[in-house]
Design a protein around this ligand. Structure first.
Ligand code: KIV
Length: 275
């Protein structure tokens, strides 16, 4: 398999469904890549599912670059997308562009993702002009959920649905190469998908999107604090890990581990020389 490019993602529209998953570290990124997933998002959801924080706004550039670096070290094929943290693009436009460039130049991401906010179009335009591939993100945008009335489905009435369609078209016009649609009624996501030439990647946005993204920790059952309705838990890895950890504890306390095969030996004649 060869490295997936922005052109491959664009060319997939209408031909095959796209897949995207999150990863924040070397081992999981390596597995996601080996599974043949098209895009790996180093999401700011790292705040919730790895760092134990309440809000994605609590991570900054330092954390995102640190995790992105571990991911790009592992990935051979997937397109790696760095998620711009809240504080990195809600600032002066020049600084936002510099921050986007850091994801590409310092930690080898292939693209960045930006959540919609009131100055989104200006910032996105400048980042794209700096030749950085951008994925837009509309619908429920967790970084600014307080302005959307909380973590709620977006576009449930004609007025807000039309606003989403406009945002999608504006972002496409600026040159975004894909668009994440989060928590949008399936019919609206389908309408947006039909209108756009770029692929839509849904999360809680129904079957008609061009692709799907999930937080890997959610689908593996590795994040137990909260499971959104749109998540399908493919495995309960937490239970598997817990069982292994308990077995280790039992074997250490009972003297079963380490066994001979986990131990190193020294020749008898060398031992004799010691005392
Ligand atoms: O940070 C993240 O994981 C995301 C996905 C939910 C799309 O933005």
């Amino acid at each position: 398999m060869k490295k997936i490019t922005v052109q491959d993602i664009l060319a997939a529209k209408g031909r095959r469904k796209l897949t995207m998953l999150t990863a924040y570290d070397y081992p999981l990124a390596s597995l996601v890549d080996r599974a043949g997933i098209d895009m790996i998002l180093v999401g700011d959801s790292v705040a919730n599912v790895v760092l134990g924080l309440d809000s994605t706004t609590q991570v900054g550039m330092a954390e995102m670059l640190h995790h992105s670096k571990a991911v790009t070290r592992a990935v051979k094929n997937a397109l790696v997308v760095g998620d711009m943290p809240y504080e990195s693009y809600q600032v002066q436009i020049e600084e936002s562009v510099k921050n986007a460039e850091r994801f590409i130049k310092e930690v080898n991401c292939d693209a960045v993702k930006l959540e919609w906010f009131d100055k989104c179009l200006e910032v996105t335009e400048k980042i794209i002009q700096a030749k950085i591939p951008v994925i837009g993100h509309i619908g429920l945008t967790p970084q600014t959920a307080d302005k959307l009335g909380g973590f709620k489905v977006q576009g449930k009435d004609a007025e807000t649905a039309k606003r989403l369609m406009q945002q999608a078209q504006d972002l496409e016009k600026l040159g975004c190469f894909a668009l994440v649609l989060e928590c949008v009624p399936d019919k609206i996501a389908g309408m947006i998908t039909k209108k756009l030439k770029i692929p839509t990647i849904g999360i809680g946005a129904g079957i008609d999107c061009d692709g799907q993204v999930l937080v890997t920790h959610d689908l593996l059952g590795l994040f137990e604090r909260f499971t959104p309705k749109f998540v399908k838990k493919y495995k309960d890895i937490s239970a598997v890990i817990l069982q292994a950890l308990e077995e280790f504890k039992d074997e250490v306390t009972s003297g079963k581990f380490p066994a001979k095969e986990h131990s190193f030996t020294i020749k008898e004649e060398e031992l004799k020389k010691i005392d």
